[in-house]
Unconditional design. Structure first.
Lengths: 145, 154
């Protein structure tokens, strides 16, 4: 969990090059959604109260909060520290894109690995899934959490 | 390989113990020292992978075009409305204007890390700074004072 103590470690966030490419592409194809996601990520980095919730499985599932956090259970259950966040839109629905990220406990660092269209549907054999797993492995995060 | 993130860095200020700025508890031996450490910021060097992109840098890249800047500003206003309920915290007041911490800092004449620490309630600003922030945001001083009080709320 992120901490915000006077001299403690503060959780941090960055984008994998693949995710940066996703966001650049989205800013061209759908800048309204891209702007919201970009602004969300920047504010998540800046606000410890937001970033701390990104490890809270099912946070926001009732739409009481503006986003829904979920483990990527299929991989979480095999030891991957992989998550996704969905941004609600009001009064109903959600943005059409999901943010997939990994968490590195040793450095309290969030690695955004992909911005994916919701139709991606987390299929394990999808080319984007394979890309995400490759990126994850390159980070050297332990697969036991 | 991990690199220090330029946007979060240690700050160490050295001032004379006789300085009017000196108001911290005296440390043994400090009174005779010509300089003492006055302040350590809350920021810890964040470690991001070498082949990663900082979100601040990426947004700065988007904001180099009018279309991108407009989309990012609209995104920040959306965050203000949906994440801060259109509230009156300092972060909300800033985001309602579509500004990054760096933009508010530029208008106030301070650093992004200072604004970040204010929003994290890590420091108490001087009245003169509160006035500058109020002027930049176009709100009464009392609104900024109230915003900073909100940041202190649990």
């Amino acid at each position: 969990m992120a901490r915000n103590t006077k001299f403690g470690i503060i959780a941090s966030l960055s984008l994998h090059l693949d995710a940066a490419g996703d966001l650049r592409a989205l800013m061209i194809s759908d800048s309204a959604s891209g702007g919201k996601i970009a602004a969300f990520l920047q504010q998540a980095k800046n606000d410890p109260r937001i970033i701390a919730t990104l490890l809270d499985h099912d946070f926001g599932d009732t739409r009481k909060d503006p986003y829904h956090v979920s483990k990527w259970l299929e991989f979480w259950n095999t030891g991957y520290n992989l998550w996704r966040v969905k941004l609600w839109t009001f009064p109903k629905g959600s943005l059409r894109y999901r943010i997939v990220y990994a968490y590195q406990p040793s450095t309290q660092h969030y690695h955004v690995l992909a911005i994916v269209h919701r139709d991606f549907d987390y299929q394990t054999d999808h080319v984007v899934t394979q890309r995400i797993l490759t990126a994850y492995r390159s980070l050297g995060i332990t697969t036991i959490h | 390989m991990l690199l220090p993130n330029a946007s979060s860095r240690h700050t160490v200020r050295l001032v004379s113990p006789q300085s009017t700025e000196w108001n911290s508890p005296q440390v043994e031996g400090a009174a005779s020292a010509p300089w003492v450490i006055r302040e350590l910021t809350a920021d810890q060097p964040s470690l991001r992978p070498q082949d990663a992109v900082d979100i601040d840098d990426l947004l700065a890249e988007f904001e180099t075009t009018p279309h991108g800047a407009s989309a990012i500003a609209d995104g920040r206003k959306w965050v203000a409305e949906n994440f801060y309920n259109g509230g009156a915290s300092l972060a909300a007041l800033r985001l309602q204007r579509g500004w990054s911490q760096a933009e508010l800092a530029r208008r106030v004449g301070t650093s992004q890390s200072y604004i970040g620490r204010l929003e994290k309630n890590a420091i108490d600003p001087q009245l003169s700074t509160v006035r500058k922030i109020a002027h930049a945001l176009g709100v009464p001083v009392a609104a900024v004072d109230g915003a900073l009080t909100l940041e202190k709320a649990p």
